[in-house]
Write a protein that binds this ligand. Structure first.
Ligand code: PMP
Length: 409
């Protein structure tokens, strides 16, 4: 890499040393889940070895240590994405739960017939299915901003569908299928021009590029720990404080209350009002460590590295006229992923050949079935990159494609 010391970085990820029948693992499924560096694993290990206890409740020393670390993890994540403070950072299970939290807590109460929720045609099922269901229950309509041939949002169409009926815009920041980087600040502006709220799905953005939620001016912003060198079981919902303050809780139970009587309850302060029950303590602390890890590398450099690998992949694929690639054209900056198909070989057959090469990629619809319908394909293969991937690994991928062509042709 011209940008990162990948050799050095790979030492932090022991799993990358795995071999299958003597063939070294080539892990190119990072848009699904990234690998975990020892620094993050150590944070989890330290927690369980040294101060595992429930938070907010116990007055004993262990609980105090766990509570402080867990609360500070919110501060760390806030800083990582440019939020004002912990009040605006709710720890959830994943991006999907963050989306559902807003859909249930805000959508069910605020939406009704005559309102529209505007999505994009490249939306992940996490937002698409969720808002469809909330639409059905409230009578609100769901509309979609079209995409063009190159996998860009049609911003003229965006200006048409976002209108005074729009109550919520939910758009993804970076497409997990196309790699497109959407002009989210412009979309948020459009929504605000019509007094609508804007929810941005940053599941593929926060891991790969500097994100400043205040610069974007998003009302809500969501992402997952397991796609950014962090653990599974933790996601983040950022929300502007005044909005989170005015919203009712999503889940009820312990920890999210301030006072309970047989007659009723008052809610805890932010963000705990939205964190009912025992939260993901170890995962939250480890996510903060992942933020440290990525910031040490530098998010600008992560973004450049990912784009560089994506461009190299497009360059290699262009050598073959039977590889169809999706998303923005070569040369245009994109997230670190390339979806493609090999003519006459189904994506699932491709991925089984890849397995012989110990190449891990994703084949399927990547939770964007309507987008695949629009592209006119049932499935695509997707190679996606992270800080530890190299050009040589992409060469192995291309070799495997060559082999698949011979086998299936
Ligand atoms: N949105 C996008 C853009 C994604 O790529 C993903 C993960 N594939 C999700 C949402 C859902 O993330 P999670 O499964 O962690 O909830």
């Amino acid at each position: 890499s011209e940008v990162l010391d990948v050799e050095r970085i790979r030492e932090d990820f022991p799993v990358l040393e795995r071999e299958f029948d003597g063939t070294p693992l080539v892990y190119l499924d990072n848009a699904a889940t990234t690998q975990t560096p020892t620094q993050v694993i150590d944070a989890i290990r330290d927690y369980y070895l040294e101060y595992n206890a429930n938070v907010h409740r116990g007055l004993h020393q262990l609980s105090q240590e766990a509570s402080i670390a867990y609360e500070q993890a919110h501060d760390r994540v806030a800083e990582f994405i440019g939020a004002a403070g912990r009040e605006e950072i709710v720890f959830t299970k994943n991006t999907t739960e963050s989306e559902n939290l807003v859909a249930y807590a805000w959508g069910l109460r605020e939406l009704g017939p005559g309102d529209t929720v505007v999505l994009t045609e490249m939306e992940h099922h996490a937002s698409l299915v969720t808002w469809q269901q909330i639409g059905e229950r409230t009578g609100a309509d769901v509309e979609y901003i079209r995409i063009d041939e190159d996998g860009h949002l049609d911003m003229d169409h965006a200006r048409e569908v976002i209108d005074d009926d729009t109550a919520m815009l939910s758009a993804l920041h970076v497409s997990n299928t196309l790699g497109t980087i959407n002009p989210v600040a412009d979309l948020v502006d459009l929504a605000h021009d019509h007094d609508a709220l804007a929810f941005i799905d940053g599941a593929q953005a926060v891991p790969n590029r500097p994100v400043d939620v205040e610069a974007i001016d998003a009302d809500f912003y969501a992402f997952s720990g397991h796609k950014m060198a962090g653990p599974t079981g933790i996601g983040v919902l950022y929300g502007k404080q005044h909005l989170l303050d005015s919203m009712e809780p999503f889940l009820y139970g312990g920890d999210m209350i301030e006072k309970v009587t047989f007659e009723g309850s008052r809610w805890n302060e932010l963000p705990w009002k939205f964190e009912a029950g025992t939260p993901p303590i170890a995962q939250g602390i480890a996510l903060a460590e992942a933020c440290d890890y990525l910031e040490d590398i530098g998010m600008d450099r992560v973004a450049r590295h990912e784009n560089e690998l994506a461009q190299y992949t497009l360059e290699r694929f262009a050598e073959f006229d039977d590889i169809e690639v999706f998303g923005p054209p070569a040369g245009e900056e994109r997230g670190g992923l390339v979806s493609f198909n090999l003519e006459s070989v189904h994506a699932h057959d491709l991925s089984s050949i890849f397995n012989d090469y110990a190449v891990a990629i994703r084949a399927g619809d990547h939770c964007t079935q309507p987008l695949h319908d629009k592209l006119g394909v049932a499935a695509t293969a997707r190679a996606s990159f992270y800080v530890y991937n190299t050009r040589e690994e992409i060469d192995v991928l291309v070799e495997a494609i060559d082999d698949a062509r011979d086998l299936f042709a």
